[in-house]
Write a protein that binds this ligand. Structure first.
Ligand SMILES: [Zn+2]
Length: 728
């Protein structure tokens, strides 16, 4: 649990790449969280470690962990310890926080400086963006050829960062430029499409949802977008942004003031109805606006790095030059020191273990992986005694995985140190050549077995987090735990109406095993927080309005500001719960599949993702973001269980909820297992031909298994009758 708590929520997903020459493609991945898919070849599991000031005693209050009994007899030690804790109350001291903030500040400033240089000329953005999209190497090798971006010729850059860090700056700049360029391409394509077809523009503005045909049209029109789930969603985001701008333009021109987005939308739809008095005028206005954008360009804003993060992913070799250095604390078990190299102009502090001398900022963190493994093994023992075989299996596997990750981390540290020793040895005269050969061999070995990527640092508020991406164990762990196994079954997963996921496994003898995955307690908790937040928001809005009326222009009083912070904190909690829901759902899915030896698993894809009809009345509905995350998590977990990456598929779910999985006829939704009268959104599915009832979500899940099999199956008919898409 503590691991989940430490996870960082709203990070932009970036990929960690291993190896120097990985094809850099445009990425539209905006999913949040801890699993990240980089190229299709490797996926990493990102784990977080929270950083502490070096002097701090890291608290290890896990469940079941008692204070060290040796302290019990010594009251002085206890009071000393508690005074340290009381003194700060924060994991990171203010001094360290300040140094780190300056360090990050320099980095962010450098990135933004380079971005502003590039963005001062639209032509250059276009040329460099295109270059990056086609370039199959690290972004920094391309960007450092530019004279005003490179290190050698720019004194102002030298003042901000040291040379090696500048690589990270270039890499970050390159990523942001490429993402923005791809987005611009989509915008320009969307505007072209809308300019050529006023009907499409009208459809976009009139309908509540962004029309799927339009999304597909724009996506297929744009060269730089991929025809996949995320490309679809990326395009949808662009169209949504465009619609927002048009809506605002219309309302501003008519001088209508509406604050709430949903109401703005309603108003515009109303104004554009066929019988509206303003219809002609508005259509003319929008057409002109779109035309003007196509001819003169859309008013894009230049991207800027805003969050305080430092990404070391441009570093692949393990020299001290890359700016971070790990050492193990010899006195405290499983604690690791992280030394950061501080850029010029900022005061660091000397540390005996650090190679950066006076330019060092040191943090410590607890490597919680071994203790997590021990606790899982203990739980597995208990489960075994109680005869819970599957529980035992999953816990044993997780323990093995934690141990594997711990080894990866230790390997990284060893790699750093051996490589460093080797360099020093080579510089010195009269060293034993055999010793050098021995070290070279060691370096080679740790390099080969290296399976974790360079870390990333995040600063949020006064919390500092280190994220380390670990490569999936890909079978080596699972074969050790489980031995050889045969997998033959197929499974389908449907986004359920009442449970987040309905899962059905079809075995070789065509019998089914079903599971409705519920996370009721989490959903309830989420609902409670949401109720609390919405009450708080309306209260604060009212207060703010009153304040603005009386004392316009003055800043809000502390009470309102405190409530604002409370709202933000509650949203963070909700997001965290969402991630926990996704994690639990994914884990149940994977282990149920493992239990029934599933070889292939099919999910509803994201392409036509919309909220279920009537879902507003239900307690919980998975967002597309979470659904994507569940799929990614399942994929990662299955890969680490040594399944092929082609063992998880996404399919078009069209008609799967209306068709009987036995005979393929269309059926109806009914209230319960006895009813035969149609009820929209009913929990059960009734097929007249088979005269049978099924749970509606299970029926859909079983259909999903066979979407790929034949063109007669549901979901494959998409091209013949696209207009039916709204039926599902
Ligand atoms: Zn039937």
């Amino acid at each position: 649990m503590s691991r989940i708590r430490m996870m960082k929520q709203d990070i932009q997903c970036q990929s960690w790449k291993q190896g120097q020459r990985v094809k850099s493609k445009p990425k539209h991945n905006s999913m949040t969280g801890k699993y990240s898919m980089s190229s299709s070849r490797t996926s990493y599991l990102v784990e977080s470690f929270s950083l502490n000031s070096e002097e701090r005693i890291v608290s290890r209050t896990e469940k079941g962990r008692k204070p060290d009994p040796s302290y019990k007899s010594c009251i002085k030690v206890i009071s000393d310890l508690s005074s340290i804790v009381k003194e700060t109350g924060k994991k990171v001291k203010d001094v360290d926080l300040e140094t780190l903030t300056l360090h990050f500040g320099n980095y962010v400033q450098a990135v933004n400086m380079l971005l502003s240089r590039i963005y001062s000329s639209p032509k250059r953005v276009e040329q460099l963006g295109k270059g990056l999209a086609e370039y199959t190497g690290r972004a920094y090798t391309l960007l450092r050829r530019e004279k005003d971006l490179c290190y050698e010729h720019n004194e102002d850059i030298k003042e901000l960062v040291f040379e090696r860090l500048h690589r990270n700056v270039l890499e970050q700049t390159g990523r942001m430029l490429l993402a923005d360029w791809t987005r611009r391409r989509l915008f320009i394509t969307a505007l072209k499409v809308l300019n050529e077809s006023p009907e499409d523009t009208l459809a976009l503005l009139r309908r509540k949802r962004i029309p799927p045909f339009l999304i597909r049209k724009v996506r297929d029109f744009c060269e730089s977008t991929k025809n996949n789930g995320s490309g679809y969603h990326y395009t949808m985001g662009v169209l949504r942004q465009l619609r927002l701008t048009i809506d605002r333009h219309i309302l501003d021109t008519l001088d209508i003031k509406i604050g709430w987005r949903a109401r703005q939308r309603k108003k515009v739809t109303l104004l554009l109805k066929d019988n509206s008095a303003l219809y002609d005028r508005l259509v003319d206005m929008v057409t002109k606006l779109v035309k003007q954008w196509v001819q003169k360009g859309y008013p894009f804003t230049a991207p800027q790095l805003r969050n305080h993060s430092l990404d070391f992913s441009a570093s692949t070799e393990n020299s001290i030059g890359q700016g971070y250095w790990f050492t193990q604390d010899s006195e405290r078990e499983n604690e690791i020191l992280l030394h950061l190299k501080i850029p010029p102009g900022i005061d660091g502090k000397r540390h005996d273990d650090s190679p950066f001398k006076e330019r060092t900022l040191t943090f410590r963190f607890l490597d919680w992986l071994p203790s997590a493994a021990i606790s899982d093994r203990r739980k597995a023992e208990n489960a075994k005694e109680n005869g819970e075989i599957h529980q035992d299996e999953s816990l044993t596997f997780r323990a093995a995985k934690f141990e594997d990750m711990h080894n990866q981390l230790m390997n990284t540290i060893q790699f750093q140190h051996t490589a460093h020793r080797l360099t020093k040895m080579k510089q010195r005269k009269g060293t034993d050549p055999e010793e050098i050969v021995r070290l070279q061999e060691q370096v080679k070995q740790s390099k080969v077995s290296r399976r974790s990527a360079p870390p990333r640092l995040l600063l949020r508020g006064h919390r500092v987090t280190l994220q380390i991406p670990f490569l999936s164990p890909n079978g080596s762990v699972s074969s050790e735990v489980f031995g050889e196994r045969e997998y033959t079954a197929k499974a389908g997963a449907d986004r359920g109406l009442r449970a987040p996921v309905a899962l059905s496994v079809e075995k070789e003898d065509e019998t089914f095993e079903d599971l409705l995955i519920t996370v009721g307690h989490l959903v309830k908790k989420r609902e409670r927080i949401k109720e609390f937040v919405s009450a708080l928001i309306s209260e604060v809005t009212l207060k703010k309005n009153n304040w603005d009326k009386k004392r316009s222009g003055q800043s809000y009083p502390t009470q309102i500001l405190r409530q604002d912070r409370q709202i933000a904190a509650s949203w963070r909690k909700i997001r965290r719960l969402d991630l926990e829901i996704a994690r639990q759902v994914a884990s149940s899915t994977v282990w149920f599949c493992e239990e029934h030896r599933v070889k292939k698993l099919f999910f509803e894809d994201l392409r036509s993702f919309q909220a279920h009809a009537g879902s507003r009345d239900l307690a919980y509905n998975l967002s597309s973001n979470l659904w994507g995350k569940i799929i990614d998590t399942v994929r990662y977990m299955r890969e680490s269980l040594s399944h092929s990456k082609y063992s998880v598929w996404t399919v078009n779910p069209r008609y799967t909820s209306q068709t009987c999985h036995q005979c393929g006829e269309r059926g109806i939704r009914v209230q319960d297992e006895t009813s035969t009268t149609e009820r929209k959104g009913g929990e059960y599915f009734y097929c007249e031909k088979c005269e049978e009832h099924f749970h509606a979500d299970i029926n859909a899940a079983r259909n999903i298994i066979h979407v790929q099999d034949s063109s007669a199956a549901p979901g494959r008919t998409k091209d013949s009758c696209p207009s039916l898409s709204t039926l599902q």
